[in-house]
Design a protein around this ligand. Structure first.
Ligand code: HEC
Length: 128
């Protein structure tokens, strides 16, 4: 999958140019730069539900919910596209805290932070 490859590649690149490596001469600036980048990334995430980071996160759901949450007609998939963002988030939270019984989602949702679940709800909520 293309998204997966891009993530793998960027991970590799980061490993090769790890700014926190003891060999780096930019050791002093690395934390400041990392902080600035994470603030920027957070802002990008807040405004863009279709950023590469968001789509990569949502791709982890595609196996069972279809690409972009669009299940194929006749398949035993649970469709997410077309559901409202609020509903998706409420269900993800209910799975996570055990309010909604599930076969698999109670386990899956425990692997994501609150922010990631909100991002996922926004992403799938924007799909028709
Ligand atoms: C291994 C398969 C699998 C994966 C991966 C998966 N789901 Fe699910 N999902 C299910 C099943 C099965 C259900 C029905 C509830 C249950 O039994 O767990 C469901 C239900 C849901 C529902 C409720 C839908 C409704 O109509 O009420 C939401 C929302 C949801 N999943 C979101 C996600 C998100 C977001 C991800 C990715 C982080 C994800 N799922 C990953 C299998 C999966």
């Amino acid at each position: 999958m293309q998204v997966g490859c891009q993530i793998a590649l960027s991970r590799k690149t980061r490993m090769m140019h790890n700014p926190q490596s003891p060999r780096s001469s930019h050791r002093v600036w690395a934390p400041a730069v990392a902080l600035a980048l994470s603030v920027l990334a957070g802002q990008a995430l807040a405004v863009d539900a279709n950023s590469l980071r968001t789509r990569a996160l949502a791709a982890t759901c595609a196996q069972c919910h279809g690409t972009e949450g669009a299940a194929v007609a006749g398949e035993a998939m649970v469709r997410l596209a077309g559901l409202p963002e609020d509903y998706i988030l409420s269900q993800l939270m209910a799975f996570r805290n055990g309010q909604r019984q599930a076969t698999i989602m109670h386990q899956i949702t425990k692997g994501y932070s609150q922010e990631q679940l909100e991002t996922l709800a926004k992403y799938f909520g924007s799909k028709k």
